[in-house]
Design a protein around this ligand. Structure first.
Ligand SMILES: *Cc1c(COP(=O)(O)O)cnc(C)c1O
Length: 401
């Protein structure tokens, strides 16, 4: 019977220490939050786990714009985009993003989605038809992977950033449509794809490159436009996907691509067509959030983020070098994602729980989210953190190791 079978599977998760728990935040998104655990105990935590990288979720201008958006546009959109849910607020957002990316993907068009997950399903299924082959970095985000599972075309995986094996797969492929799929900033490692190299391969083998820049948008590049700006990629073979739920502090996603690609998505992508258009007030508020990201304030926030990132990295290195028994791998990243790879799942979770008991929320990430033997703490920083917050975290980690 279903219930018995599920119960058995859940208790198996319990026994192997893999059962995840939901915690409840009792207040707005911020680096300090009161959180209730499963035992019902509420206490304040200092968070190093949010993707609200610039602190815009609680920014006064963003909140004001959201309220104003509700006054102008009301609540829900009432229908899917192709019926009657596509509002001027959505169009304004799409046009703004399209113009911002024009120097990188010329003659582009932008299409917005309710979430990054849905944008990725749309792009993978619409472009990855039977006559397509998708070439996927092994560490790509789950939503790309699920999109590829739904796509009818073949999927060839290559080892993380192993572009030599990518090239040999491309050279063997006889597919009519070849699509290279990669995160821009990898969500569990904080490293970048090599965009120029991917574009070079795309040109050589007549392919397209999909870059999912969920973590890059807002956090890197001179005006926050992400990997494509940071690596100065100019190509009409690139399809860039950004989420508006992370650095932009709200929710939603966008796809920028040569116009024809977007015209096609709009006609066939099922996660675009068969879902209600997002709340228009969100699009309205996102205009304010993007103004902050691309303006002087955004530049200052990114500078601060970078500075506390350096401090964190140096502190971690000093903890590691002061204790010969620590075999941490601490990759240097230019992004707000700083992994500390411990290797085994048990010690990773032990440290994560130890930190939680001291009032720090730093998730431990283990298989299947990351490959076996690479369990890690995933520390994420926000421009809302102060240097003293990083000091507190480092002190707690010292105490626990
Ligand atoms: C978070 C994330 C997504 C999903 O975005 P949502 O807007 O949260 O659905 C997609 N890709 C990557 C790499 C992500 O980190």
């Amino acid at each position: 019977m279903l219930i018995d079978a599920l119960e058995k599977e859940l208790s198996h998760l319990d026994e192997s220490g893999l059962r995840r728990i939901l915690r409840v935040a009792e207040g707005p998104t911020n680096i300090r939050q009161r959180i209730t655990d499963r035992a019902g105990v509420t206490k304040e935590h200092l968070l190093f786990c949010s993707n609200d990288y610039l602190g815009l979720a609680s920014h006064s201008k963003v909140k004001e714009a959201l309220k104003e958006g509700v006054d102008r546009w009301g609540g829900g959109s009432g229908a899917s985009h192709l019926i009657s849910g596509h509002t001027r607020a959505h169009v304004d957002l799409e046009e703004k993003l399209s113009a911002l990316y024009e120097p990188f993907i010329g003659m582009n068009r932008c299409l917005t989605f309710s979430t990054g997950f849905m944008a990725n399903l749309a792009v993978m299924t619409a472009l990855g038809g039977e006559d397509a082959e998708l070439f996927s970095d092994q560490l790509n985000h789950a939503s790309l992977i699920d999109g590829m599972r739904l796509a009818k075309g073949n999927v060839s995986r290559f080892k993380h950033k192993d572009y030599v094996s990518l090239e040999s797969a491309l050279s063997r492929s006889t597919a009519k449509k070849k699509i290279i799929v990669s995160d821009g900033v990898f969500s569990m490692d904080g490293d970048f794809c090599d965009g120029p190299q991917l574009v070079r391969l795309a040109e050589k083998y007549d392919a397209f490159v999909v870059i999912d820049d969920a973590h890059g948008f807002g956090t890197i590049g001179d005006t926050g436009l992400g990997t494509i700006q940071y690596q100065n990629i100019q190509s009409n073979r690139v399809i860039s996907i950004g989420t508006l739920s992370k650095a932009a502090g709200l929710s939603g996603a966008f796809v920028i691509a040569p116009r024809l690609v977007i015209d096609y998505l709009e006609q066939v992508a099922r996660s675009y067509i068969y879902t209600t258009a997002s709340v228009p007030a969100l699009s309205y508020a996102l205009l304010a959030s993007i103004d902050i990201i691309c303006g002087d304030e955004g530049a200052l926030l990114r500078e601060k983020l970078h500075k506390i990132g350096e401090k964190l990295f140096e502190g971690l290195i000093s903890i590691k070098s002061s204790q010969s028994n620590l075999h941490w791998r601490i990759p240097k990243t230019m992004t707000p994602i700083q992994p500390v790879v411990l290797g085994d799942a048990a010690s990773t979770m032990g440290l994560s729980i130890g930190l939680e008991n001291l009032g720090f929320r730093v998730p431990g990430i283990r298989p299947p989210t990351v490959p076996e033997g690479t369990s890690r703490l995933r520390i994420t920083l926000s421009a809302a953190h102060e240097e003293s917050d990083v000091d507190q975290l480092l002190d707690a980690m010292r105490q626990l190791t």
